[in-house]
Each structure stands twice: as structure tokens, then as C-alpha cells.
Design a protein around this ligand. Structure first.
Ligand SMILES: [Mg+2]
Length: 402
């Protein structure tokens, strides 16, 4: 099936937002620059009127001023740019859940699955363009194509406030006459190498043998050959709608099999700390704990338990793991142990057993958070939830297989 990909690019994003916030800036040559003294500043963004003076992004202000004496220079307001970026994304997400931001002012949308609900791809593109204009007060260029690379190219060459389509039946006429530097992902070094090989247009790349490009640019050469021939099949990555993490686990296989309760206690103590750390990092709590045990013949058994209260505390995780281990019929030495936090939740202290008393869960959790913060500030070795230096020595990381 043909994919339908949009690339949406806010026109002169920073400059447009400044003009929206201060309408008196409209209609004059204007650039956004972080430095007012004109000596060190560079152009971060420019208005349509400034483009008439051939002013370029990243150009030093003093050079731009030489060509345009009345150039108005304004300070950037990044908080405003971020706000607009988030508002635009909210609009994009109302048409598809596949949105890949490329920068503050650009994003790809895969709308292949949206046409039944919202109209043809061109209609969707135009609806979004109009909504951004009406609701955000700035304009966008929208590229529509059957892959990400051509969608980006289509928006790059689109007029402001318009939709431009590159199709399977016209991409050769549109894309191939372009200079190779117009395509994203071909940097200056590659351009130089390709030029030296007599390759100047994107069409030249398409007509060169794929193996030949591989010789010039390595695997990157093969990739861009595929791209100019319309074979780019990279996905629109969906950063916002990540699959929720279902569980967090740490396990260890031992070089020397474990035979004593003391060793088991120590290993669960260590694994619990690692799992706890991950939970804190992900801002999650476990409502249950599962352990897996493998003996030296690789026979595996698992046990699990729901906690009375959700927790990220390593003490709770460790003690629960040890309780669960009591169910294990231990007759051979142990080769592998794993501790898994399950039934994860974003909420804190979720009560799962309504008969349970609220004990000192809070204190245990605070201890783990304090250690987490100390380790982040001073390094992991600076502070540990103590067990026994003697066991650290005997069963520390070096005793684990990697
Ligand atoms: Mg832009």
C-alpha cells in the first residue's frame, strides 16, 4: 500500500512568532538574533522581507546589515517558540498518532491510516495548514509524498502557506534535476566526494550504479541511492506514544553456582537496587514482584506476588523477592536469579490490598530516592544501601557473568 507522509514546516518560525506577538514588526525586514550589539550576533531566523536582501540564516549580523541598513533585530523568545511547537503538535495528533518531530518547527506525520476519517491526503494536508494559520497565527509549508525524504523535499520547495505533493509518477521530473545538496542527509563532505566523481544532481545519483555509490560513500551511498530512487521506507517514529513499559527486571547468571542463603540474599539485595533505580528513573512504581530461578541444569521456576502498596523501594522489592524464594524447592545449586517489577503504575502508593495497614513504605521509598539523588550527584560508588563489604568483595559484579 502507498504510504501517505506529510512533512510540515513552520515558515520563518521564530520571525513569524515575533511578528505575531508584536504586529508592529510586520512588513519590515527583520531578523531574530541573540545578540543586539551587531558585532557577534548571527541570524537565527529572518522574515520574508529580509529574504529580499538575500539575508541567510547563520550569517553574522554585521554582514546582513551591510546589505540592509534598516534591518530590525529582535531577541529570541524560546519559551514562545516551544509553546507554539507544542500547540502545533496537538493539532497534528488529532489526525494521526504517528508524529515525529524533527526540530522545534518541523515534523513528519504518517496519515496513511487517517484517510477514512479525515478525507484524502491532500484534504488532510490543507486542513492542517489552515488550522495552524487560524489557531496559531503562523503559516506552514506542507510536503506530501509516499516517503519521508520526498515529503521533506516537497515542503522545502513549497511556497509559504501551501501544500506541495511529490508522487510516484512525478518524482523523477521534480527531484532528479535538483542539486545533491538539496536532499537531507547529504553533507558537505559527501557532496565534495560525489562532485569529484562527476555526480552533481540527484538524478546523477539515481543513474549511477548502486555499487558505484557504495564505493564512493560506503553504506551511506547505498542508502541515498535508494532514497533518490523513491525506495526510502524509513518509518515515522512515534516518540509520544511509546508503548508503556510493562515490567522492569534485572537478572544475573553466575560463574560459580550459588549454594547458600546468604548468597541468595545478597544477590537479591543487589538486583533490587538496580530495579529500584530504573523505576525511579522511569517515574514508575511496581504493584507486584516476580522472581525467576534457574538451577545448574537450567530448569527454571518463577514466582510472583502482588504488593499491598505499589512501591519503588529496593527494600520492599528485596524482601518480597526473599519471601517468594521461600516457595522454591531448593535441591540443586543455583545458576541464575532474576528480579522483575511487574504491574507498573505511574501513580504512587497505590493500595492493592484494602485490608493492609499502611506501614513504613514511605520511609523506605524516601531512603531509595535519597540514595538515587546522591548517586546521580556524586557517582554510583559514593553511596550504597549497605549490606556487607565482605559479601561485596566475594559476590560483587566481578563474580557475575557479563
Ligand atoms: Mg521552518
Amino acid at each position: 500500500m502507498n504510504r501517505q507522509i506529510l512533512h510540515i514546516d513552520m515558515n520563518n518560525c521564530f520571525a513569524s512568532i515575533e511578528m505575531k506577538l508584536r504586529p508592529e514588526l510586520r512588513g519590515i525586514p527583520l531578523v531574530v538574533s541573540a545578540s543586539h550589539d551587531g558585532r557577534h550576533g548571527i541570524v537565527l531566523a529572518k522574515s520574508e522581507e529580509a529574504k529580499i536582501f538575500n539575508i541567510k540564516t547563520a550569517e553574522p549580523i554585521w554582514m546582513a546589515k551591510k546589505r540592509c541598513k534598516d534591518l530590525k533585530i529582535v531577541e529570541p523568545h524560546y519559551d514562545e517558540y516551544k509553546k507554539h511547537s507544542i500547540w502545533a503538535r496537538e493539532i497534528y495528533y488529532s489526525y494521526t498518532n504517528q508524529v515525529e518531530p524533527f526540530s522545534l518547527d518541523e515534523a513528519w506525520l504518517d496519515i496513511t491510516g487517517s484517510t477514512k476519517l479525515f478525507g484524502t491526503p491532500l484534504e488532510i494536508a490543507n486542513t492542517i495548514r489552515q488550522r495552524i494559520k487560524d489557531e496559531l497565527g503562523i503559516t506552514v509549508s506542507v510536503g506530501l509524498s509516499f516517503n519521508k525524504i520526498f515529503a521533506k523535499l516537497a515542503s522545502d520547495i513549497a511556497r509559504p502557506d501551501s501544500v506541495n505533493e511529490i508522487r510516484k509518477d512525478n518524482f523523477k521530473q521534480i527531484v532528479w534535476p535538483m542539486k545533491i545538496s538539496n536532499m537531507m542527509g547529504i553533507g558537505q563532505a559527501s557532496v565534495k566526494k560525489l562532485n569529484e566523481a562527476g555526480i552533481f544532481s540527484l538524478g546523477d545519483i539515481a543513474k549511477t550504479k548502486r555499487e558505484e555509490l557504495e564505493k564512493i560513500l560506503g553504506s551511506h551511498g547505498e542508502k541515498i541511492w535508494d532514497q533518490v530512487n523513491g525506495l526510502d521506507n524509513s518509518e515515522v517514529k512515534d516518540f509520544h506514544h511509546l508503548d508503556p513499559i510493562k515490567s522492569i527486571s534485572h537478572g544475573r547468571t553466575f560463574i560459580e553456582n550459588l549454594d547458600s542463603k546468604e548468597e541468595i540474599r545478597y544477590v537479591f539485595h543487589r538486583l533490587a537496587q538496580k530495579v529500584s533505580r530504573r523505576l525511579i528513573e522511569e517515574n514508575l512504581e511496581a504493584m507486584g514482584v516476580q522472581i525467576s530461578v534457574k538451577d545448574k541444569d537450567l530448569k527454571q521456576e518463577s514466582f510472583q506476588k502482588i504488593l499491598d502498596y505499589s512501591s519503588f523501594s529496593s527494600i520492599v522489592l528485596r524482601d518480597t523477592a526473599l519471601d517468594l524464594f521461600e516457595n522454591y524447592k531448593w535441591d540443586k545449586s543455583i545458576r541464575f536469579l532474576e528480579l522483575r517489577a511487574i504491574n507498573l503504575t505511574k501513580d504512587s502508593n497505590v493500595q492493592t490490598n484494602f485490608l493492609a495497614d499502611f506501614k513504613d513504605e514511605d520511609k523506605k521509598s524516601k531512603l531509595d530516592k535519597a540514595i538515587f539523588n546522591l548517586q546521580n550527584n556524586f557517582g554510583k560508588d559514593m553511596v550504597k544501601l549497605g549490606y556487607s563489604p565482605d559479601l561485596d568483595e566475594r559476590y560483587g559484579d566481578e563474580k557475575f557473568e557479563r
